[in-house]
Design a protein around this ligand. Structure first.
Ligand SMILES: Cc1cc2nc3c(=O)[nH]c(=O)nc-3n(C[C@H](O)[C@H](O)[C@H](O)COP(=O)(O)OP(=O)(O)OC[C@H]3O[C@@H](n4cnc5c(N)ncnc54)[C@H](O)[C@@H]3O)c2cc1C
Length: 398
């Protein structure tokens, strides 16, 4: 494989890094201490600038208004955008919309594309993905209690979901619900588009996560579907294919997450090195960086980030060239390797900042609490490790 970054991509990355340093990082203190909704007008202004730079929706397909970047190129861009929590949102390639765009593009009817996909790519509306349930283990997603029963021309949905990220302010949810309890386990559920103003779509609360309820895009909702009625034409893809479609959504989505986490690593590493050099810890002005334990953290972080980065780019390259199925093991590996690398790097950077690291005067405390979830969502570490190990062990079974 060839990891050469094209001249075009180099120019784009330079522009993006410059934009992030100049336009977005200065907004972070306001972002971490005030509500996200209050920031929307200023973020919309930044989004206009991104559109003028012709860098809007970089990974979305060209035929619906995106730039159609390859996964490797988008991975590189995502790494740059991940240096700030505002990056993906302002360039419009944020989860969960990114995954929803992919599946609407692949499986949506013409009517669904017109009504939901086009305005979503244009940034006129937002969406969410509603699969995980309060009372069932998300790690075994075939165990779902939410049902969608046919009644006349409609589906009537009942169920109790939570962790529907970004539901607050979304225009529609893609809901995973059991449409045929008699079918085999992987064919029981379907994906159904539910506009959030449908009667029976009840957003109970934004869940308080690590001390923060969040709001709008930065939130995770608990939702009760109570006799929530939508037309059967809102079915996404064939009935019973919910898990097949979910698999399509998760492969590239994990590359996006991993590259975003590498951006977080990069930013934390930059902050760690600057602080280590500038913080004087002795009377004669020796900096923290003069201490071997800090040097070890710098070296270990640099090496771990590089290893995680190469693994992720390789997985992205394999998906681009051979498809997500061929890259299955690599995707499992990067999911837990990169999440843990990120947590170690953020932790070291925070430690180097001492008391300052705990404050919201740097972005590190936000990264520390917000990104703990990386080891849980899109498959907990343990689930990826055990399924990867089982596949590996099978190859030695003779
Ligand atoms: C910040 C955040 C955002 C999220 N966003 C969304 C979203 O937008 N939409 C959505 O539908 N869901 C979302 N989720 C939910 C997420 O996908 C689930 O939390 C995840 O799948 C785990 O399911 P669970 O929480 O029910 O944990 P459980 O399934 O109860 O598992 C709990 C723990 O048990 C262990 N475990 C589970 N199974 C095994 C196993 N087979 N072997 C060994 N150990 C195991 C793991 O350590 C795991 O963390 C989000 C979660 C978080 C934290």
């Amino acid at each position: 494989m060839d990891f050469t970054v094209s001249e075009k991509m180099k120019t784009i990355l330079e522009m993006v890094n410059e934009f992030i340093d100049r336009e977005l990082i200065p907004l972070e203190p306001e972002f971490t201490t005030r509500g996200f909704r209050e920031m929307l007008p200023v973020l919309k202004e930044k989004q206009k600038k991104v559109k003028q730079m012709e860098l809007w929706a970089p990974n979305f397909p060209k035929d619906c208004g995106g730039m159609g970047m390859s996964l490797v190129d988008h991975g590189l861009l995502s790494e740059a955008l991940g240096r700030t929590p505002l990056g993906h949102y302002v360039f419009w390639c944020q989860a969960p919309d990114a995954g929803n765009v992919e599946i609407l593009h692949m499986f949506g009817t013409e009517e669904q594309k017109e009504k939901y996909l086009k305005p979503l790519v244009a940034g006129d509306i937002r969406s969410c993905f509603s699969m995980t349930e309060v009372d069932m283990p998300g790690s075994n997603p075939v165990l779902l209690e939410t049902t969608a029963e046919k009644d006349g021309d409609d589906y009537v949905i009942n169920g109790h979901k939570w962790y529907t990220s970004s539901a607050d302010g979304s225009d529609f949810a893609i809901v995973m619900a059991v449409t045929d309890p008699q079918a085999s386990a992987y064919m029981q559920a379907s994906m159904i588009i539910v506009p959030t103003d449908t009667p029976g779509f009840n957003l109970v609360r934004n869940i308080s996560v690590m001390g923060h309820e969040g709001e709008d895009y930065f939130s995770h909702a608990e939702i009760l579907y109570q006799s929530c009625r939508v037309p059967q034409s809102n079915l996404l893809g064939p009935e019973g294919h919910g898990f097949v479609i979910a698999q399509e959504r998760l492969g590239p989505g994990r590359i996006h997450h991993c590259m975003r986490w590498l951006g977080i690593c990069q930013r934390s590493f930059e902050l760690m090195c600057r602080r280590a050099n500038s913080r004087k810890i002795t009377r004669d002005g020796k900096p923290l960086a003069s201490r071997q334990i800090i040097q070890a953290w710098v070296a270990e972080s640099a090496a771990e980030i590089q290893a995680a980065r190469l693994m992720t780019l390789h997985a992205a390259w394999q998906i681009d060239n051979e498809g997500a199925k061929a890259a299955r093991d690599k995707i499992s590996m990067i999911k837990f390797v990169v999440a843990n690398t990120m947590q170690r790097v953020v932790d070291r950077a925070l430690q180097v900042h001492g008391g300052l690291g705990m404050t919201d005067d740097t972005i590190l405390a936000f990264f520390y609490r917000h990104e703990r979830a990386a080891r849980i969502y899109d498959g907990a570490d343990e689930v990826h490790k055990t399924s990867l190990a089982r596949r590996i062990l099978k190859t030695y079974d003779f």
